[in-house]
Design a protein around this ligand. Sequence first.
Ligand SMILES: [Zn+2]
Length: 475
Amino acid sequence: MTLRRSAVLAAAAVLLLSGCTSFVDTVTARNGADAEASALDEGGCPDRRAEPDPERPEISLDFRLADDRRSVTGTETVVFTPDLDVRELVFRLVPNGPDSAPAGNRLVVDEVRGDDVAGGRYEAAGAVDPGGLYVVELEGELAAGESTEVELDFSLALGAGGFDRFGVDGEVSWWASGAPLLAWEPGVGWAQDPFVDVGGETATSPVADTVVTVSAPEDLTVLMTGVRAAPSAPQEGRRTWTSEEPVARDVGVAAGPFATTDVTTPGGTRLTTGVLPGGDVSGDVLSAWTASAITDLESFLGPFPYGTLTVALLPDHGGGIEYPSMIFEASPSREVLVHEVAHQWFYGMVGNSQFRDPWLDEAFASWAEAVVDPGSGLVSEDALTSPGPVGAAMDEYESTRSYFRQVYDKGGAALLAAQRAAGEEAFDAAIRCYVDATAWSIATPTDVYRVLDDLPAALDVLIDAGALGKDDVPG
Ligand SMILES: [Zn+2]
């Protein structure tokens, strides 16, 4: 996610300061980290990018956008094979968070089914009614390595369009994190972090082999995460759109009178951009911006993580939000777009707890944008001396403004300074090592520490900025 600078100030002005909920760090061993630690501990980087966990969840999402385009009903089917013993499944209901619900967004679980299912309950977790988490209780313990299938029916209300993951504005409707989000952190357990009244993400989710189906009024074009097939023929005024993405942590969907442009990048990524009538940027320009962002970022981060990327240009609400192989671009800004494309590596592929370690996606996306576009102004280098640690959790920021200042500005500036201190070539090689080793897992600051262990000048910069601390030293 990023906001244009003016939008940050506006958001900060209207958001009330929230009381901080203390966060008990229950992090223990992390399977993903342990798996790649062995390669890194042996003194080298992996020869190639890590593969996604073959036991990852299989998720099918079936959405139906209502004729009035203001609500979605759906069914989510999850086949889940935990790597730790569990007695329940936990889903995060992102639309019910305090930063989304006031606009009228709401997600309700209507029914849950499954051979092993005993029932379901909501937990508030700092969100509005009916709650921020939905817990599916199992009849008994599900042992690590065993599978269960759970089906949830849900209803999603879309609120007034704004800079958010859900909304309706004119003829376009969009939603992301719009279904119950499986909140599993492999090797750690359920991510039950509280919601906070700060304008940023707080979810953690594993990559999943995902199929998305969207039924929408026939006059709308649907853009979404994944490889999209041609829509069905119209039937009773509706068309059905389907896509697949084998490594999606979440999905984004936008439905509207989009005109689409398809191009293939030099690296082979199939790119689809969608522009509404009267959009601020033409499809050709948006595609050219996106294709060059991918090529520029690939030059130091390695191949684009997905086979496809879809960019929906929404009405100008002042920023952009990233989803796996999908971007909601709510600002006609090339710099914001580069930041969101960088998130396809940092968040999409290299996952993180967006609650516990928001800097792992936001500071890295900010840094990557600044490398591609020196002087774009999204990262201000003098932020390095501003107060507060880069590496705080989401409940430790007193406002959206301080969150952006510390994580985006200071975090991006710290990574630029670390790159300069270590030498560009050595730093870029270390980051490439981090990206390849932690691909498709949930990375941690310890993983960053480990790849920089031989670059003490870079490590010193990140320690001074409060990005890394003594808890992050590899054991
Ligand atoms: Zn961002």
